[in-house]
Design a protein around this ligand. Structure first.
Ligand SMILES: [Zn+2]
Ligand SMILES: [Zn+2]
Ligand SMILES: [Zn+2]
Length: 318
């Protein structure tokens, strides 16, 4: 049955078109290749990147390093220009890159869970520091893996964008959370993690973290990872909880890699905006479908894999 489902919180609907049901194998495709050449994220080419902001070293060599994006999508200045319909101003903010492995072909999920947690701590540190920059309203951390998911370079990396506008999606999640809390007295993400950890949409869980295929998944094999305890950022978690969160991300990504042979994907971290109380979480969107006329025209997605099926396939590949 083709079904309209609403997001747990948002007024966001998807058509779950299970009549067109697909298996993971139906999505296996050749990944777009990168041109061969020297990579400026590789060790030895550090001078090719903008001046480094920080690094983590092991045995005298860097294992994680971060620096400003050479081709930022943000602007340094805060100029305002606006007139009637044509409103614009400088895209003030910061745009940084975190290279989380010195190895050119290593994927994030191939790091140990401990090292992944250390990378999330670096992300958390950048979010905290950039949030103090005058004029910055939100800091979004995300990863694109694969050309088809928008990664212009093969070498695995994160991007950090400090923005002078609150992203619409985050604002909607924060206000919907506040409304839910007013009506029910609880955090919706706490309720989702408690309810879904043992549902047919559960992918993986331990005492501290849960990975699930959300009820109104927008994309085939969409998955969310969240700490069970209510926190607003990764940094508020205890070391054991940080390990669990990183391990949950690792298990989900590795299962996806096994299931569909390392498909392109995007994921992003949603930390709470300042002054709000949004439950920290990560959303993984495998890039297996395209936004076509229906999606563009309606703002609604058609997803051909039910989250229940997706969770089953994830679990079979853990
Ligand atoms: Zn490289
Ligand atoms: Zn919560
Ligand atoms: Zn979110």
């Amino acid at each position: 049955m083709n079904e309209l489902r609403k997001d747990y919180l948002l007024d966001r609907w998807v058509i779950i078109a299970s009549g067109r049901a697909k298996r993971p194998m139906d999505f296996v495709s050749k990944c777009a290749e990168y041109p061969v050449g020297s990579c400026f994220f590789c060790p030895g080419n550090e001078k090719e990147t903008p001046p480094e902001i920080g690094r983590i070293e092991r045995d005298g060599k860097w294992i994680v390093r971060w620096f400003p994006n050479k081709f930022p999508a943000t602007a340094e200045e805060q100029a305002a220009v606006s007139s009637g319909l044509l409103e614009s101003r400088a895209a003030f903010g910061r745009h940084e890159v975190i290279v989380e492995t010195p190895l050119h072909t290593q994927d994030f999920e191939e790091l140990s869970a401990e090292d992944m947690a250390a990378v999330f701590s670096v992300c958390d540190g950048r979010i905290k520091e950039l949030s103090t920059v005058e004029g910055v309203k939100y800091v979004l951390v995300f990863k694109n893996r694969g050309r088809d998911a928008g990664a212009s370079l093969a070498h695995s990396h994160f991007q950090v964008m400090a923005l002078s506008e609150m992203p619409t999606l985050v604002a909607q999640e924060a206000s919907a959370s506040a409304l839910y809390r007013k009506e029910h007295g609880t955090c919706p993400f706490c309720d989702v993690s408690a309810r879904e950890a043992s549902s047919e949409r559960s992918i993986w869980s331990d005492n501290n973290a849960v990975a699930l295929a959300p009820y109104a998944s927008r994309f085939p094999f969409e998955a969310w990872v969240m700490p069970k305890r209510h926190v607003r950022s990764f940094g508020e978690l205890s070391p054991a909880e940080q390990y669990s969160f990183a391990n949950a991300v690792k298990q989900v990504l590795l299962a996806l890699d096994r299931m569909i042979n390392k498909p392109p994907y995007n994921f992003y971290l949603h930390v709470s905006p300042a002054g709000e109380d949004l439950h920290f979480h990560m959303e993984l969107c495998p890039k297996l479908s395209i936004q076509a006329g229906f999606e563009l025209g309606s703002g609604m997605n058609i997803n051909v894999v039910t989250p229940e099926e997706a969770a089953r396939h994830y679990k079979n590949n853990l």
